[in-house]
Design a binder for this molecule. Sequence first.
Ligand SMILES: Cc1cc2nc3c(=O)[nH]c(=O)nc-3n(C[C@H](O)[C@H](O)[C@H](O)COP(=O)(O)O)c2cc1C
Length: 364
Amino acid sequence: MAPMSEPIVNLHDHERAAQAALGEAAWAYFSGGAADEISLRRNLAAWQAWGLAPRVLRDLRGGHTRCRLLGREWPMPLLVAPMAHQRWAHPDGEAGMALAAAAQGCGLVLSHQTSTPLQEVAPLVLPEADRGPLWFQLYWHADRSLTTDLLRQVEQAGYEALVLTVDAPVQGVRDRERRHGLPLPEGVRAVHWPADTLPSGAGLCGGLAEVAPRWDDVQWLIGQTHLPVLLKGITHPGDARQALSVGAAGVIVSNHGGRVLDTVPASAELLRPVVETVRTQQAEALVLVDGGIRRGTDLFKALALGADAALLGRPALYGLAHAGARGVAHVLRLMRDEFEATLALTGCASVQDIDLDLLWPCKL
Ligand SMILES: Cc1cc2nc3c(=O)[nH]c(=O)nc-3n(C[C@H](O)[C@H](O)[C@H](O)COP(=O)(O)O)c2cc1C
C-alpha cells in the first residue's frame, strides 16, 4: 500500500487514502450520493444510533463467524456489494476485488456493469476453499433475449445466485457526478451492457416507462433460470411480500447506498419491518442489507436486527482505489477482525447467538 502519514487502521482511513489517490471525477462518482445526500449520511448515522447491550461471562469456546446462505455454509456473513466500473478505481478492477473477497472468506456480487468479463472473474473465486458466495447482479433489460443469453453465461461460469436490482429504473440525480460527468478512462466500459439500448430522450416521459421492469417481468425472469433470485433495493414490506410471492429466494434491503432517491430512510431503519414481514411469510427466505456499514459493530447490528448477512459497498472500492487487491483484502480483514471482536465482547460464540436482545432498547 502507498505510504500514508498515519497507519491505516480502519475503513475511514481507507476512504481518506482513496480520495487522495483518485481524480476528482472518479471520487465524485464512487463516493457520491443522490441530490443532497441525506440518505447517504443517514445510512451511516442510523447504524451508529443503535447501542449495543453486551452480555458477559458467557462461554465463547469454539467461537466462529460461519453462516448459512442458500443451503450452504460460508466463513463470514459479509459480501462485497455489486459496484460498476471498478477498473476506473484501479487497474486490478473486479479481478482484484474478487481475489481479495475470496481470500478473506467474504462473498462477491459482481455488477452487471462490470468492467471485467464475468467469465474472467469466476475462476478467481471458485477454486478458493474458504471463499464466500459468488453471485451476479442483473439490471433489467427490455430485450429479453439479451437477458436470457446473459443468464446462460452467468450459469455456465458457476455463479450461485442472481441479484436483480429493482430500485433504479432510472438513474438517480447525483449532483456531484453531474458536475464532473462520467469520463471513463480509455478501455474501461461495462462489458456486458450493450451501449445503445436506452430509448432516446430517456427519462420516465421519454420512453423509460415502457421498458422499466414490472412484477410480471420479475416472475418471467425467475422462470428462466435454475439459480435462486434475490431482489435488491427492497425498502417496503409490501414489496418484500410480493417478491416472495413471485418466487424470489430473498430480498436485499437497500437504498442503493443513497445514490438513487434521496431522503429514503436509512437501511438500518428500513430493515426490521422487512425482516418481520419476510419471516412471517416464508421463514427460510433470505434478508440481506447494505448501506453505511463501516464497522464490525454495524455488521453485528444488521444481524441483530434480523439480516442473514450484509453487503459492503464503497469501503471495498476505497481499498481497491488506493492499493488494488491488497487494499480490498485489508478492508475485509479489518471488518472480519472488528466483527469477531464484537462477537466476543457481546458474549456471542457465533452468529447464531446474535439477537435483538443485544441491542440497547433505545437509540443513542
Ligand atoms: C460507485 C458505485 C457503483 C454502484 N454500482 C452498482 C451496480 O452496478 N449495481 C447495483 O445493484 N448497485 C450498485 N451500487 C450500490 C451498491 O451495490 C450498494 O447498494 C451500496 O454501495 C451500499 O452502500 P455503501 O456504499 O454505503 O456500503 C453502486 C454503488 C457505488 C458506490
